[in-house]
Design a protein around this ligand. Structure first.
Ligand code: ZN
Length: 687
């Protein structure tokens, strides 16, 4: 399971933090990015490309660096697999476009060529022809004639024709796939009709119906099996001579050329593993890639989740099932990372003091846990992204996905701090803060403390908030029905907000000073009352539970605090701003609301939940919404972001032994994509 940026807007400034001017680097990490580090790489369509810094890489041991290097190579090798999984023409289209890009001799300033470049960049970004988030096919804005002309002009052998096709036949096959909006319109279709037939992904062969898939896997399931494998996770299901057959993704099976290369890098990684436990993890993963046995995949997943002491860690394989409307088949992805020891100390400190926080929370004693255990979320530094985590990436990951493994062996939950840091830094130049914040005081405080307090709020939310409090005996855990997730998120957020302003955090040394919390308080109120509305279409209500929770909190404290003028809306030059007049009282109000939300949860008070959500969380102030949308539009911000990877370079001594691994951050977006397509592209065009 991934925390996408969209979902994780809870505590994170992300796009919304930015402020004008230079950003002060908060010392969250020992080795922060240099002041002149350039995060912004490129932008086109609705996308912005950033790069991320890898703090601490140079402090790893040589063996750890080598390990990161081999795992990083393994992370790039699966790129073609994902392209092919997303659509069966993706590799043909990408290779054709890249051939044109390399061989084009014409005028590069024409609208057709410019649009061609944008389209190619979008195909790279989405790992195919469908939008990475919306799943719908995006269309080229250059003409079919331009395309045909360029394909015909390519040198012999550069057009990836399908068995024996002429170039003309190839053009006739590929043109509607690219240009006709009705053909393969959606990668994943979740609504209506036969979901398999209506989805343009490549997880099922031609002519396979939804019912056939459901019957096929339904028959495999043994309901008495308490440790079931993830049926169908690693194969394409096709019809051969009228019979359904699984084409397993493994060495010797489908996608073998790419998987062989992944395995060869993993074998190198295995030789420099940090310890036996980690070696065992890699050994099991290799065995799974070789045999394709899903029981081995589970053994690997168990070994992985139990490997807690290694500093370097990774995900590599067929993992998430969002790309299949039936949630059976997994897309290939990889993340290589190492533990951010400094930042993990922070979450460990918070967890170690869980009982103190529980005892001092402002909720009724009857609803408190006598003994509470905090959860330690590992904070990691990403060193390489691959497959379905590249270029668009989550900021948190929680794996494995199999329910029984999670129950019996636990799961690993990680926060990717250097990705969050890159989002935050890039947001700093957007002018967002200048547009929406009341004065230089708020802007300055955000620059100084916005990132650290944001991260801390998320830590408190995850490590303590969700785990605090208890239900009264005999209260049904599902009593709050459709309001439960809004209430639960509000509870965790409020727990974090309340304690963010507590002297205890200064005492524990995890917040710089007693005023830093104001940055997060202001941002939370501005976001909840106003700026999060940029994600809502005009005239619509708020549906998503994290967004509901944020408005619920902000509106409630605003309304209740009105008598004391705690928070107010002020208008200047026709623009509305949120102003916090009394931070101390604001904290008290957060505490009061936490007590009430905990009461609703503990008592299972359905009507109470319904009333508070209905009164504060759902309805949008139409006039304010319109104004916010207009002001936001003028900022020209790109709604989606992704990343280029750093480049690793191996340094060898005279004896051929590796003496160092260097990291650099200068590769551009198109350069990286073209290099990957040359050096890491092993699959046939048609699989
Ligand atoms: Zn939460």
């Amino acid at each position: 399971m991934k925390k996408t940026v969209f979902i994780a807007m809870t505590g994170l400034s992300m796009l919304f933090a930015g402020c004008g001017g230079q950003r002060t680097n908060v010392q969250v990490q020992a080795d922060a990015a240099p002041a002149d580090f350039k995060y912004e790489v490129d932008e086109f369509a609705d996308l912005q490309i950033l790069r991320y810094y890898v703090p601490g890489f140079n402090n790893l041991t040589l063996q750890q660096k080598e390990l990161v290097y081999y795992l990083s190579m393994a992370a790039i090798e699966g790129r073609d697999i994902l392209f092919d999984q997303n659509n069966r023409y993706n590799l043909a289209i990408r290779r054709t476009l890249e051939a044109i890009y390399e061989n084009y001799k014409g005028d590069k300033t024409t609208p057709d060529y410019k649009e061609f470049e944008v389209y190619l960049k979008r195909v790279w970004f989405s790992n195919g022809i469908h939008h990475h988030y919306g799943e719908e096919k995006f269309l080229p804005a250059f003409s079919k004639e331009f395309f045909a002309e360029q394909v015909k002009a390519l040198p012999a052998g550069k057009v990836p024709v399908k068995d024996g096709q002429t170039v003309e036949q190839f053009i006739a096959m590929i043109t509607p796939v690219m240009f006709n909006p009705a053909v393969m319109a959606k990668k994943v279709n979740q609504s209506g009709g036969d979901l398999i037939a209506a989805s343009a992904n490549n997880y099922y062969g031609e002519g396979v119906t939804q019912k056939e898939v459901q019957d096929f896997y339904g028959a495999m399931k043994d309901t008495t099996d308490l440790t079931p494998v993830s049926y169908g996770l690693n194969s394409r299901l096709v019809k051969e001579n009228g019979k359904l057959v699984e084409k397993v993704w493994k060495v010797g099976g489908l996608y073998s050329p790419a998987i062989e290369r992944i395995v060869s890098w993993l074998e190198k990684a295995q030789a420099v593993a940090e310890n036996d436990k980690q070696k065992d993890v890699i050994t099991k993963l290799i065995a799974y890639y070789k045999g394709g046995d899903l029981k081995m995949f589970d053994q690997y997943a168990i070994a992985w989740v139990e490997d807690l002491n290694s500093q370097v860690d990774f995900v590599n394989g067929f993992t998430e099932v969002y790309g299949d409307p039936l949630g059976i088949k997994a897309s290939w992805e990889s993340v290589v990372n190492f533990k951010n020891v400094e930042a993990t100390k922070r979450t460990e400190t918070i967890s170690a003091n869980a009982q103190w926080f529980e005892d001092h929370s402002p909720v009724d004693k009857r609803f408190k846990k006598e003994t509470v255990k905090g959860v330690t979320a590992k904070v990691i530094t990403v060193a390489q992204l691959g497959g379905d985590c590249y270029p668009a990436t989550p900021i948190g990951i929680n794996l494995p996905n199999a329910d029984w493994i999670r129950k019996d062996h636990g799961s690993k939950s990680v926060t990717i701090e250097n990705i969050m840091e890159a989002y935050d830094a890039a947001g700093a130049h957007t002018g967002f803060g200048k547009e929406f914040m009341w004065s230089d005081v708020e802007i300055k405080s955000t620059e100084e403390y916005g990132f650290i307090t944001d991260v801390l709020h998320t830590d408190l939310h995850e490590c303590l908030g969700h785990g605090s409090g208890k239900l009264l005996p005999e209260v049904d855990p599902n009593a709050l029905g459709e309001f439960s997730s809004t209430i639960e998120e509000a509870r965790a957020d409020l727990f974090g907000l309340y304690f963010l302003a507590d002297a205890k955090l200064v005492e524990l040394g995890i917040i710089p000073n007693a005023d830093a919390y104001k940055a997060e308080y202001y941002k939370f109120m501005m976001n909840g009352l106003m700026t999060q509305l940029v994600r809502i279409e005009p005239g619509k209500d708020i549906e998503e539970s994290h967004m509901r929770n944020r408005q619920l909190i902000a509106r409630w404290v605003y309304e209740i605090g009105k008598a004391d003028n705690v928070v107010e809306f002020k208008v200047r030059d026709g623009k509305t701003y949120v102003v916090v007049n009394d931070y101390g009282k604001l904290r008290t109000l957060f505490g009061d609301l936490l007590a009430e939300i905990q009461r609703i949860k503990s008592e299972g008070d359905f009507n109470g939940a319904k009333a508070i959500v209905g009164n504060y969380a759902v309805k949008v102030d139409q006039k304010l919404h319109k104004e916010v949308l207009e002001r936001y539009k003028k900022l020209n911000m790109k709604p989606y972001k992704g990343f280029v990877n750093p480049v690793f370079e191996v340094v060898k001594g005279a004896d051929g032994k590796i003496t160092d691994v260097k990291i650099s951050y200068t590769e551009g977006y198109a350069d990286q994509m073209m290099r990957y397509s040359k050096e890491f592209s092993t699959l046939p065009t048609y699989n």
